[in-house]
Design a protein around this ligand. Structure first.
Ligand SMILES: NC(=O)c1ccc[n+]([C@@H]2O[C@H](COP(=O)([O-])OP(=O)(O)OC[C@H]3O[C@@H](n4cnc5c(N)ncnc54)[C@H](OP(=O)(O)O)[C@@H]3O)[C@@H](O)[C@H]2O)c1
Length: 342
């Protein structure tokens, strides 16, 4: 049995290109005692993967040159010598950008396809959904009547943040790029308003959308959106710092002036709370998330959208597109057939 794999070929400088990836085949070992063979169905592409391609200090280890790119995946067991798994079972695991894998079950979870569609276990019911949940509720702590602004609002994390904010009785305002995403955030997801970070009048647009100022700014992008939101924060505002996607390819960019002293003063005078967080530190909230967000999903109170690209070989160009904002909703690669989908 062979596995098709996408490996890191060389580290990118700036925006990744096709040359940073290598598509190759690897011979899989025989399935030993306590092991199982898994066919990958859904592969999650996420912005954090860009950071793993660099050789820089971060909260997680870099991918080595020649190593398979890491990723959350949903797969199906094809053969099993593992006592906890049978042929046909669906599983969630960090199996990476590849088509098949032999696993000993470490870090793997069995999935019940009756509970939620398989692809959602790496989306709204998975890592991005949990990120929205802990970032908004535990750090943002929105109260009824407050204004919550979220950037990358149509995406995997942002879409859940705004819908949860509404459920908690807050006013939800999104920031997105193209008009069709801006419209979707209001018309389909039910946010109160959404503005475009492409607008030359972004700050004024955001101010008009937030007549009572901003109490929670859920930060996903950095750059001009952060500047605009910061300038509109209310006293005692909270900023869960989830991501900085506008900098992932470029590194920090800014004007000549050192803005840190001004920012620190703002934090002091407005008594702002700004806290970074990484979802992998928040496993203790997984059960509560599953119960609460799973319930909202089944009741139709939380909606989601997926961007599906078929074929593992298309993962590199799809990932490059994700960092440019070409996805619309949770970005997935369909590596093989999902037997639960019609
Ligand atoms: N802290 C954690 O544990 C954690 C976990 C998961 C995700 N995250 C972070 O959460 C953020 C959202 O992730 P996601 O998976 O939900 O991705 P996503 O929103 O589904 O996709 C990324 C979106 O970011 C926007 N974007 C890209 N470049 C931008 C730029 N230069 N300026 C403004 N917006 C830009 C694009 O939307 P538009 O077309 O609307 O601009 C793009 O569609 C990322 O920063 C990610 O790293 C953090």
């Amino acid at each position: 049995m062979k596995s098709q794999q996408v490996r890191l070929a060389k580290r990118p400088k700036g925006e990744p290109t096709a040359e940073n990836f290598e598509i190759a085949e690897a011979e899989l070992p025989a399935v030993g005692p306590g092991q199982m063979l898994v066919r990958i169905i859904w592969l999650s592409l996420d912005p954090y993967m860009r950071g793993r391609m660099d050789d820089a200090r971060s909260y997680a280890k870099s991918v080595e040159i020649g190593e398979v790119m890491g990723a959350g995946t949903v797969g199906q067991v094809m053969e099993s010598n593992h006592p906890g798994y049978a042929e046909g079972d669906f599983v969630l695991g960090m199996f990476g950008w590849q088509s098949h894998v032999v696993s000993d079950g470490n870090g793997v979870r069995k999935l019940d396809p009756a509970l939620a569609p398989l692809s959602t276990w790496v989306g709204v019911m998975g890592m991005p959904g949990l990120t929205a949940y802990v970032g908004l509720l535990d750090i943002g702590e929105p109260k009824e009547g407050e204004t919550v602004v979220v950037s990358a609002a149509s995406g995997a994390v942002g879409s859940v943040v705004g819908q949860l904010a509404k459920i908690k009785g807050a006013r939800a305002v999104g920031v997105a790029g193209p008009d069709e995403k801006v419209r979707y955030v209001v018309d389909e997801l039910g946010f109160d308003a959404c503005v475009s970070h492409r607008s030359a009048t972004l700050r004024d647009d955001l101010k008009a959308a937030c007549p009572n100022g901003i109490d929670v700014y859920f930060e996903n992008v950095g750059g001009p959106t952060l500047d605009a939101a910061l300038s509109l924060m209310n006293p005692f505002g909270r900023i869960p710092v989830c991501g900085m996607i506008s900098m992932y390819n470029t590194g920090p960019v800014g004007g000549d002036a050192d803005r840190l002293p001004a920012l620190m003063r703002r934090i002091l005078t407005d008594r702002l709370k700004i806290q970074g967080f990484i979802v992998s530190d928040r496993g203790n909230r997984h059960k509560a998330f599953m119960k609460e967000v799973g319930g909202y999903l089944r009741e139709g109170r939380i909606k989601y959208r997926e961007s599906v690209t078929v074929g593992l070989e298309n993962a590199p160009k799809t990932f490059i597109g994700l960092l440019r904002g070409e996805n619309f909703g949770k970005q997935l690669i369909q590596v093989s057939e999902d037997p639960t989908r019609g």
